[in-house]
Design a protein around this ligand. Structure first.
Ligand code: FAD
Ligand code: SF4
Length: 467
């Protein structure tokens, strides 16, 4: 069975338990992409302002007004060409970027009632339409340089780096410990936000561009960094951040409490039919999710799809101060998630397994060093919410490998790799090693990882004297 068909099985496999409202919403989100008329209408609204703030707010600085104009003129292949000049994964960013905080948040039309041009949806439309018409990146005029670069991690940072290198005639070989490419795009972000078929198609495109993937291969275990440095002209690391932040409260070790990412990965593995020891099934369970970011929203919405009896999301600040995308919170509410704002967990209670969670109410106090108002606990406000499962979605910290030091790769006190560039962008303290994405900036976004992977590739080209 081809990868694409294997991925398509997901919809059939987990479809049974979903409430009808979720299924119809999912259908709209996944399959009903923007039609040609809507795309033209949106593209035609662009004012082509003298100062394209949208371009500046977009981390990869997409040529947004230019591709909107090409869409308006029906020149889709040229729009796709232009969009790929700045973004290695435009069809994915168009789906998962928090546009309200980025490009669309900066659109001048936000000041009028109709609101911003729906830039993300048009970006997705351009790629989807061009792919459907048979358009593919054209590397026929690229001359091989004879250089080869090893890339550790097939997440957005590693893929973006490989994309830019391939377009400059460098053989990119991508190593990943997982059996599929995508990093958190595949083993984190759920199917209802990003269809697995999209990653499968992107893998085919990258392979056709000459990028090589060595999957199920962990660097430091199955192949050593010393071997990579000996066999390749440079190495790029885009290994992400995978230390889960703990709640640090009594009862956190009770059966029924788990970190967000293992839960989401277990769901992906189950849907893909990949081998795993334990599938965490929320059917019939009363689930409490702790946290207010996108990962928490993914846990909420995945639990609903698995048929949870109830899903409650507790967050220690108010709704206006949630870090997650507003669109994701609205989706979760619409699907039946109950939100408890201004609630902080103090203990998980139960005899031998989770039976409830003890929360206190908070109010927002003085701003902290970063300007965010600190939650202050209201005395005597304790309450216990009965539940069967608790998912902790408090974010991630870096997990620097023990072998970094052996190769002169340094980290800051938080464990992030230092890649400030001695002579090239995103170069680490070892001049032959470059790094980018979450492992350098801390947990962030797909588009920022893409941006850093691309900039690091430019650095590698400079180091190899190819630009
Ligand atoms: P990753 O995507 O983490 O990829 C790192 C890769 O490196 C992995 O495939 C890993 O297997 C591999 N690797 C690590 N160590 C080794 C090794 N030793 N050998 C071989 N391979 C190795 N961002 C958004 O913009 N929008 C969203 O909606 C969104 N939702 C999210 C939902 C969840 C649940 C999570 C967890 C994150 C979400 N993000 C979202 C954040 C986004 O996914 C990350 O910022 C982005 O994937 C980081 O890219 P990266 O390439 O740096 O790392
Ligand atoms: Fe907007 Fe993200 Fe596309 Fe940039 S990459 S234009 S921020 S959707």
């Amino acid at each position: 069975m081809s990868d694409v068909f294997q991925f398509l099985n997901i919809a059939r496999k987990d479809g049974d338990k979903k409430p009808a409202a979720v299924r119809s919403k999912e259908f709209k989100e996944i399959y009903a992409q923007m039609g040609t008329d809507q795309a033209h209408a949106q593209a035609g609204r662009c004012l082509a302002c003298g100062n394209p703030y949208c371009e500046w707010k977009c981390p990869v600085h997409n040529y947004i007004p230019n591709w909107l104009q090409l869409v308006d003129e029906g020149r889709i292949a040229e729009a796709a060409e232009l969009s790929h000049r700045t973004n290695s994964l435009p069809e994915i960013c168009g789906r998962v970027c928090p546009q309200d905080r980025l490009c669309e948040g900066a659109c001048t039309l936000n000041q009028v009632e109709a609101g911003a041009v729906t830039i993300g949806a048009v970006e997705r439309y351009i790629s989807e339409t061009a792919f459907a018409q048979g358009w593919r990146p054209d590397l026929s005029r690229v001359t091989p340089s004879g250089k080869k670069v090893a890339i550790i991690g097939a997440g957005p940072a590693g893929l973006a780096c490989a994309d830019v290198l391939a377009r400059h005639g460098v053989q990119a070989v991508v190593f990943d410990k997982y059996p599929e490419i995508g990093g958190l795009l595949t083993f984190g972000i759920p199917e209802f936000k990003l269809e697995k078929t999209v990653m499968a198609r992107r893998r085919e495109i990258f392979v056709d561009m000459g990028i090589e993937f060595q999957l199920n291969t962990e660097v430091g275990r199955d192949i050593s960094m010393a071997d990579l440095l000996a066999q390749y002209d440079a190495v790029f690391m885009g290994m992400g951040t995978y230390t889960y932040m703990q709640a640090d409260i009594p009862g956190e070790n009770l059966p029924g409490v788990m970190a967000a990412l293992p839960f989401l990965i277990s769901n992906v593995n189950h849907c893909l039919g990949l081998p795993q020891d334990t599938f965490v099934d929320m059917q019939g369970q009363r689930v409490v999710v702790l946290g207010g970011g996108d990962t928490a929203m993914d846990c909420n919405r995945t639990s609903i799809r698995q048929g949870a009896a109830s899903v409650t999301c507790a967050y220690r600040r108010d709704e206006a101060n949630m870090p997650g995308s507003k669109r994701e919170v609205a989706n979760a509410k619409e699907e039946g998630v109950q939100f408890l704002w201004n609630r902080q967990p103090v203990a998980i209670v139960g005899a031998g397994k989770v039976e409830g969670i003890k929360l206190v109410t908070t109010e927002l106090g003085a701003p902290d060093a970063r300007g965010r108002r600190t939650p202050v606990v209201i005395e005597g406000s304790e309450e216990i919410i009965p539940c069967d499962r608790v998912l902790v979605a408090f974010g991630f910290r870096p997990n620097p490998a023990a072998w970094f030091a052996d190769f002169g790769i340094t980290t800051d006190p938080a464990g992030r790799v230092i890649a400030k560039g001695q002579s090239q962008p995103f170069q680490t303290a070892n001049p032959k090693v470059f790094a980018g994405g979450d492992m350098v900036r801390g947990s962030d976004l797909v588009v920022t990882a893409v941006s850093e992977g691309r900039q690091a590739a430019e650095g590698i080209l400079g180091y190899l004297e190819l630009n």
